[in-house]
Design a protein around this ligand. Structure first.
Ligand SMILES: Nc1ncnc2c1ncn2[C@@H]1O[C@H](COP(=O)(O)OP(=O)(O)O)[C@@H](O)[C@H]1O
Ligand SMILES: [Mg+2]
Length: 160
């Protein structure tokens, strides 16, 4: 599975995140890859909006983990937003309790997930944002889990 969407603005990147957020459910793990300034946090904020998070979402660069309350079909769902940029060793991901965040009552979205790759579930969705600065972004969706293909149907209208 490999979906690609082109984004020409931060608003559109946010919108794609929002559409993804609308189809997420507890237990989903999203690995968000891209350079500094690619738009990972903008995308994650869109996911939060799609999940009904009401409080403002700031970048967790210094705090590593932020947790929010969202809604899915009238039931409360937690959104856990992580940024592992500051980690230097994979073991640090274990120390901060990364595996404990992958539970059925939470959606987890992780910026700079590479260092924790060994701890991430195989059925995660990887979203790569290519480009930075004033460049157009390519947003690429990939997963080993074929279930995502159907769930990402909404993108077929967006992809070229
Ligand atoms: N198409 C685009 N998509 C996302 N962000 C964009 C785009 N074009 C310009 N930007 C800008 O790039 C920056 C992305 O910042 P941020 O979301 O914090 O990135 P990251 O979390 O990947 O470091 C913002 O200042 C945003 O306005
Ligand atoms: Mg960020």
């Amino acid at each position: 599975m490999d979906y690609k969407v082109t984004s020409n603005s931060v608003e559109y990147t946010h919108e794609i995140g929002k559409q993804l957020g609308r189809c997420l459910q507890g237990g989903d793990v999203i690995a968000l890859i891209g350079d500094l300034g690619a738009g990972k946090t903008a995308f994650a904020q869109g996911v939060g909006e799609g999940l009904g998070v009401a409080s403002p979402m700031a970048s967790p660069t210094f705090t590593l983990i932020h947790e929010y309350k969202g809604q899915r079909d009238g039931t409360e769902i937690r959104l856990i937003h992580m940024d592992l940029y500051r980690l230097r060793h994979p073991e640090e991901a274990e120390v901060i309790g990364i595996a404990d965040t992958f539970t059925e009552d939470a959606v987890c979205i992780i910026e700079w997930p590479e260092i924790a790759e060994d701890y991430l579930p195989d059925d995660r969705l990887t979203v790569g944002i290519l480009g930075s600065g004033e460049m157009t972004r390519e947003i690429v969706f990939q997963s080993k889990d074929s279930g995502w293909e159907k769930r990402l149907d909404f993108l077929s209208g967006e992809a070229e």
